[in-house]
Write a protein that binds this ligand. Structure first.
Ligand code: APR
Length: 231
């Protein structure tokens, strides 16, 4: 029985129609990260940042989970060992497929008060200077971890990685830390490391195994193999 930790990135939601970041038509081709995904950018132009996340919230709300999200939910439900899913994505497609997931970069359907830390379900469109429903301060922001901010659940994630026997990275280019270093921690405790990605990431050669292909092709096949091993 394996203790499995899975890390997902934008690539697993690409076939649900959601843009990735670093592809030719990716989100970072049309926006400067420092303008729309940093606390400084939000302080400088909150209307621009709210518009950026309003667009992503609307796209995420219209998207449906694909067979890769569904396969991971099936693995988490049917596999007799522990299956932890950590996502860098801010869409809710893992949950929509029935999985439990740790959103280490936050979630676009959640709002956060920068004054009191209160969280609430985000309206589809958030405006600059929106008031917090708990403390009334005009400090509502998207509940997203911006560059320079501390990702969520890091202690729990590192505990799971330190105790896992199988680590799988799906649909991420491995450009952003700390997520990009998770495979090293898993490898250091003897876990089997597998990358499933459309193209080999620059870390692919450091994984025990790397398969190239689309998530909807590779993930269901991998889940079927994992479940067949324990049936
Ligand atoms: N199937 C599998 N993999 C895919 C698919 C697909 N259909 N389409 C694209 N990919 C792969 C790409 O080859 C790429 O390696 O998904 C990866 C997406 O990489 P990025 O666009 O860099 O997204 P991600 O790795 O999730 O970015 C991590 O960076 O900008 C920050 O906070 C943001 O969470 C994000 C983080």
């Amino acid at each position: 029985m394996e203790r499995i930790v899975i890390l997902t990135g934008a690539g697993i939601s690409a076939e649900s129609g959601l843009a990735t970041f670093r592809a030719a038509d990716g989100l970072w081709e049309n926006h400067r990260v420092e303008d729309v995904a940093s606390p400084e950018g939000f302080a400088r132009d909150p209307a621009l940042v709210q518009r950026f996340y309003n667009d992503r919230r609307r796209a995420a709300a219209a998207a449906r989970p694909n067979v890769a999200h569904e396969a991971l939910a099936r693995l988490q439900r049917d596999y007799p060992g522990e299956v932890t899913i950590v996502t860098q994505n801010v869409d809710a497609l893992h949950e929509a497929a029935g999985a439990e997931v740790l959103h280490m970069h936050g979630a676009v359907n959640s709002a956060l008060c920068a004054a009191c830390g209160h969280r609430w379900p985000a309206p589809e469109q958030m405006q600059p200077g929106e008031a917090c429903p708990a403390c009334q301060a005009p400090k509502a922001r998207p509940d997203i971890v911006w560059f320079g901010e501390m990702p969520y659940y890091i202690d729990e994630i590192e505990r799971k990685l330190s105790n896992c026997s199988y680590f799988v990275s799906i649909g991420t280019s491995g450009n952003v830390y700390p997520a990009a270093g998770f495979f090293r921690l898993a490898d250091s405790v003897g876990a089997h490391t597998l990358e499933l990605n459309l193209e080999a990431s620059h870390s692919a050669s450091q994984f025990a195994e790397a398969r190239q292909g689309s998530a909807t092709e590779l993930v269901p096949a991998w889940v079927d193999d994992m479940l067949a091993e324990v049936s």
